[in-house]
Design a protein around this ligand. Sequence first.
Ligand code: WQD
Length: 345
Amino acid sequence: MNKKILVTGGTGYIGSHTVVELQNKGFDVIIIDNLSNSKIEVLDGIEKITGKRPEFECIDLCDESQLSLFFKKHSGISSVIHFAAYKAVGESVQDPLKYYSNNLISLINLLNQMKIHAIKGIIFSSSCTVYGQPDKLPVSENSPIQLANSPYGNTKQISEEIIRDTITAKQLENCISLRYFNPIGAHSSALIGELPLGVPNNLVPFITQTAIGIRDQLMVFGNEYNTPDGTCIRDYINVTDLAKAHVIAVERLLKKITKKNFEVFNLGTGTGVSVMEIIKTFEKVSQQSLNYKIVQRREGDVEQIWADTCYANKELGWITEISLKDTILSSWKWEQCLRTKHTRF
Ligand code: WQD
């Protein structure tokens, strides 16, 4: 099996953890990233963990000519895992055009190059946000795609449609779309992890930055939702568990054991956890209290969502293994390592 894989957005949060797991399984990885939301030093962390530095080119997928040169230079790519996209729900509400242009143009350019170079399969980094606010929980892959609650979620819905149509037109053979719930945590080595540049949009990095003193206080966006403690509920999945699902998916693609040419899997733990429960779990594992206050709701937030993981568990033979406690602890360890002198980020 040709094990040369292109990973777009491979220095990013989920991308870098997936590169580690791919290399652990003997895949030969090449990364494209424009470093708009990550740092080149992530390659050092990957190399320290796996002993192998992935090939890397700093390319913006929205730059068609740059991308075309890349594919001319790098033959023999067996398939692509496409992470490169902006992904903050809240930010996408403030700046929709940034999200539509970046997330869609980059995908279209990539698919065009895959067509030209006869690269037949793609693993697409999708999101549970395609389900909007589900009427029924937990959410399965057959749950209706609802009007997205944010431009970010909408770019994921439109991207899946673009890929489906490309397959229908026989300009692409296969896609496995992985709909993530809420990825959190860091690699157990604390050598790579979430690296939000600027003010974090996501809950867990904001918590760890507040606890370490970078942020003054965590704002909890609303506590009057129709949930047990009034705060929003999400399905928080460990990033290494999530990364391992990508390796299984790309092997499925390469071994041609997919059941349909467009497959979808929900990647979550199957358990819903509230914002307050995350805060309490953090306080327990870090043994320090967190400074937070309740403020108004954030535009674009859904009230509650968590995954029905039966299909992914059965079909992929994959299940999450790392507990919420250990995952939150890994985020805290990573934050502490980030702020010590030896980590050059
Ligand atoms: C979680 C909860 C906030 C920050 C994420 C990713 C998105 C997609 C889905 C993969 C919400 C609350 C947050 C803060 C808070 N994943 N919160 N204070 O919005 O569910 O989206 O998962 O594709 O890419 O962004 O995650 O971490 O921003 O919010 O109270 O400072 O935490 O209101 O209820 P979200 P999040």
